[in-house]
Design a protein around this ligand. Structure first.
Ligand SMILES: [Zn+2]
Length: 261
């Protein structure tokens, strides 16, 4: 009886906390969220001036120009969505329909080893498992984990459960992307999934990274899924006790920790 009362109390406390994050983050995140909007408007204005003056017309096809406009519009809409606290409101409902738990102390320690001690707002992150998501998503997507803003959604069975730590780190990389570039990470990842017909994860592993170092390619040049795979593979090597083989990953992880996404 006591356990049931305790569980119900904890559930309501968590929902209240989720709801409170909306006004709190509306204020706390306003400075950097408004700066992102200003930067995007500035880039848009800069693009219009370049287009009107004909500076890049010769080098760009009509399709490229339309794609640029699409990217810019998508970025602006996402940043306005963030500005009004859209992520917090959506997460309030998403966490309500599944069992949501914070990262454990051990998990936070392992995340900090990769992203840095202040790499994530650890207190905002939640892992959801089971509940309605099991029936309305994982039943249909083949038990594939996914991340929305500060929440990682994991199925109860298959290869994407909480025990598969490298995979959890892949999803937490998407949370890291959200914290550093805003909600647009989500549309950018989905766009690449569709454009490449799900062939957007491959970055060439160690050989590919060595080649990237040789030609000066940066972590930020990789698409959102490749960025997450680089972290996932690095963590998999470490979990297997093969840290000695990860030297080629280090320059890219340094850029990640410097938030160059
Ligand atoms: Zn992913």
């Amino acid at each position: 009886m006591f356990d049931t009362v305790n569980t119900v109390f904890n559930w309501f406390a968590e929902r209240l906390l989720d709801l409170a994050r909306w006004p709190i983050n509306l204020v706390r995140d306003f400075p950097h969220r408004i700066m992102r909007v200003v930067m995007t408007l500035y880039l848009g204005l800069f693009g219009i001036i370049k287009f009107v003056s004909g500076a890049n017309r010769a080098s760009k096809s009509e399709t490229n120009t339309l794609e640029d406009i699409g990217f810019w519009l998508h970025r602006l809409l996402n940043e306005l969505f963030d500005l009004v606290g859209g992520p917090e409101l959506f997460e309030f409902f998403l966490r309500m329909i599944a069992r949501s738990t914070p990262l454990s102390g051990e998990e936070i320690g392992k995340v900090a080893e990769v992203f840095g001690p202040d790499g994530l707002r650890f207190g905002d992150v939640r892992i959801t498992e089971g509940g309605l998501l099991e029936n309305i998503i994982f039943r249909f997507n083949g038990n594939l984990a996914f991340a929305t803003w500060h929440t990682v959604h994991l199925p109860l069975t298959g290869k994407h459960t909480r025990e598969t730590w490298p995979l959890v780190m892949h999803e937490l990389t998407h949370v890291y992307q959200y914290e550093n570039v805003g909600s647009r990470y989500l549309g950018e990842a989905i766009y690449m999934l569709i454009k490449t017909k799900r062939d957007c994860y491959n970055y060439g592993r160690k050989e590919g990274l060595q080649e990237a170092i040789n030609v000066g390619k940066l972590y930020r040049s990789y698409n959102r899924e490749q960025q997450a795979m680089i972290v996932q593979d690095f963590v998999a090597y470490c979990e297997a006790g093969r840290e000695a083989e990860t030297a080629v990953y280090q320059p890219f992880l340094s850029q990640l920790r410097e938030r160059q996404l």
